[in-house]
Design a protein around this ligand. Structure first.
Ligand code: ADP
Ligand code: ZN
Ligand code: ZN
Length: 638
């Protein structure tokens, strides 16, 4: 008897978002097949196989089965399409990736790094955590927050949880924010599990990715370490999923399908009866409130370094205040390493006319132009650049003041004031070339009296020996952002950076700020994570923010401001009863006016589906007006 396969073609247009029926010909749920479609041929994924052909169509055979993915991933992808308001075709592409056109080659990070040996015995909190994890593993799964300061032994718990899954004949997935920034973590997994580890990340070449996927599918590599998309690895029977640095915003994909790998991890764990383990020293308030907590406590072999807050309203010398110069002088004198965080690139974040008050702005975006070291002004949103003018374009005055400091200026000041320290700058400008990031990190690890300075990259998971000073040049940069997560982001960044200092020897931490009394600064200085999170959870409860309500964001952009607002007002009128904020204008980007609605709701799928339906109905008119729209479920940045 013939069997019929329901196939979604893997396409990027929404127009072909419906399934087609073919004669199955050996294909089953999860088969990646080549099918005839119109006059061409396409790849597709079989989502179902049945005995009945739909009425009125004459199914033709699938041409070939080119790959097989675990059937549970089909369910996961269809769930992603539904929850995030995407299409099945696009979501299925996550589990059966097409050839990537743009290829970005990077050296394989973590190669040659020696991992640490397994400790002779676990600490008591580690043992307790692992006991709870294996218990859940044998009882059909569970979701946990692994909370502990940097160097409290979280990675060791991930390693042993993965080993417990392997002992039971099951696989493990370990998600890390960005592989290039966490080579040590990868090194430790390689040292412990050898060739059983597969690595999946965006820097692999097409051939490397295929090799890794084949090793995973064949069961040769039951431990998968990777960035966000590794949550869709073709492992059969996953027992443990670890999400390292679970607070990191890179887990959210900012293009369709706009999935959050942390939410998908929870779903995959539920589908497979696995344990999902979210680890961080600065967890999200969502995780703090919702997950069973496994606490590791403080640092192994040492306490957290004391933090000194420098009040920039009283100290001159920005970006290098006298107290900071003194600390850097100590590094220059006694040796060691320092890390300096300044979350802005360039020389100066703005040029301002002292005579008429004009700030030089991007002609296409509503943001100030940033002065760079090559004497050009650049827009950090659209890439526009122009030569630095010698006079104000509005009034002709030559009195143009450089406001604030960026990483390039910091580097210059450091070189002129402390010439025997070796500055190593890490930001989007210095890491454009693929090998540059790995090379910079290696140089820092090998150089005495080196100073790693840069944007938030410097605060992420590196474990460097001999860091005796970590300092934040300007803790206020992220505080003024109009996002309900601004405080949380600031707190995480400060706490993460503080954790880089003194891992192996007494260290110092210094925070420069214009707002020493702000909650995130004050509590980060005291390492008081729990009080910060308790306060955040309460604030969110009062304001009905996540985890108490979901958010759905609808963003519209277009060449004129009025039609953008009007389109959003129409959508607003058609949405179900809920608390809706907006339409609120956002700053212009690339000449496009933007505005958004933010809906607080218990039913994000219903709201997103309704918004998608309203947008589809308005599509012809919107196209005529040059409008584009995005629906984002559980957005991470507002
Ligand atoms: P985290 O992931 O929380 O930063 P790690 O797992 O990297 O912490 O542990 C910090 C350091 O302590 C590492 O050098 C690790 O090898 C070591 N370590 C972890 N667990 C133990 C233990 N039970 N006994 C001794 N050393 C340990
Ligand atoms: Zn002027
Ligand atoms: Zn611009």
């Amino acid at each position: 008897m013939p069997r019929y396969a329901t196939v979604y073609p893997l396409v990027t247009t929404r127009a072909l978002a419906r399934p087609f029926t073919y004669l199955a010909d050996g294909a089953g749920k999860g088969s990646v097949v080549s099918v005839p479609l119109g006059r061409s041929r396409r790849r597709g994924v079989v989502v179902d196989v049945g005995d009945e052909a739909p009425a009125g169509i004459e199914p033709v055979p699938v041409e070939a089965v080119v790959d097989e993915v675990p059937p549970v991933l089909v369910d996961l992808a269809l769930w992603v399409a539904d929850y995030y308001g995407s299409t099945p075709g696009r979501a299925l592409e996550l589990i059966a990736p097409l050839k990537r056109k743009r290829r970005q080659e990077r050296p394989r990070p973590g190669e040659g790094l020696v991992g640490e040996a397994e400790p002779p015995e676990l600490t008591e909190p580690q043992r307790d955590a692992l006991g709870r994890i294996t218990q859940a593993l044998d009882a059909g799964g569970g979701h946990f927050l692994l909370y502990g300061q940097t160097a409290s032994g979280k990675t060791e718990v991930y390693l042993q949880a993965c080993a417990a899954a392997l002992e039971r004949g099951r696989g493990a997935i370990v998600l890390v924010p960005e592989i290039a920034l966490t080579p040590q973590t990868l090194g430790r997994f390689r040292a412990r599990f050898g060739d059983q580890v597969a690595l999946l990340h965006s820097g692999l070449t097409e051939a490397e990715r295929r090799d890794e996927r084949e090793r995973i599918a064949a069961g040769e590599a039951p431990v998968v370490v990777g960035a966000r998309s590794a949550i869709f690895a073709p492992l059969r029977d996953v027992g443990v999923i670890c999400v390292d640095e679970e607070h990191d915003s890179s887990y959210k994909q900012e293009s369709d399908p706009r999935y959050d790998a942390r939410t998908v991890a929870a779903k995959r764990a539920a589908l497979e009866g696995a344990v999902a383990l979210y680890g961080s020293a600065t967890p999200r308030p969502e995780s703090w409130h919702q997950l069973e907590r496994l606490e590791l406590g403080g640092r192994l072999g040492g306490s957290l370094p004391p933090v000194r807050v420098v009040d920039l309203r009283r100290e001159a010398g920005y970006p290098l205040s006298a107290p900071l110069l003194e600390e850097l002088g100590a590094v220059e004198e006694r040796g060691g390493r320092a890390i300096l965080l300044l979350n802005r690139r360039g020389i100066a974040p703005a040029l301002h006319c002292r005579a008429c008050g004009t700030t030089l702005r991007c002609p296409l975006c509503d943001v100030a132009l940033v002065l760079h070291g090559d004497e050009r002004l650049r827009c950090h949103h659209c890439g526009h650049s122009e030569a630095e003018p010698s006079a104000c374009p509005t009034c002709g005055s030559a009195e143009l003041a450089r406001i604030g400091a960026g990483t390039q200026r910091l580097e210059r000041e450091l070189t002129s004031k402390l010439p025997s320290l070796v500055p190593i700058r890490l930001d989007a400008d210095t890491t454009q070339k693929p090998e540059a990031l790995a090379a910079a990190l290696r140089r820092f690890a090998e150089t005495d009296r080196a100073v790693l300075l840069g944007t938030q990259m410097v605060a992420k998971g590196h474990h460097f020996a001999g860091v005796s000073l970590a300092a934040v040049i300007d803790a206020d940069t992220s505080l003024g952002v109009p996002d309900f997560r601004a405080d949380e982001r600031t707190f995480q960044l400060l706490t993460q950076l503080a954790g880089r200092s003194g891992r192996d020897a007494p260290g110092r931490v210094l925070i420069q700020t214009f707002q020493p009394d702000s909650r995130p600064v004050e509590l980060a200085a005291r390492h008081d994570v729990e009080r910060f999170l308790t306060g955040e959870v309460e604030r969110r409860r009062e304001l009905s923010y996540p985890p108490f309500q979901h958010l759905v964001r609808v963003l519209v952009a277009g060449p004129e401001a009025a039609p953008v607002t009007r389109a959003l007002e129409e959508i607003r009128a058609g949405l179900p009863d809920a608390e809706i904020l907006g339409p609120a204008p956002l700053f212009r980007v690339r000449g496009r006016h933007r505005a958004q609605l933010v809906v607080k709701t218990d039913e994000p799928r219903r709201v997103a589906a309704r918004a998608g339906w309203l947008l589809a109905a308005a599509a012809p008119a919107m196209r005529r007006a040059g409008l584009t729209a995005v629906v984002d479920v559980d957005p991470q940045a507002l």
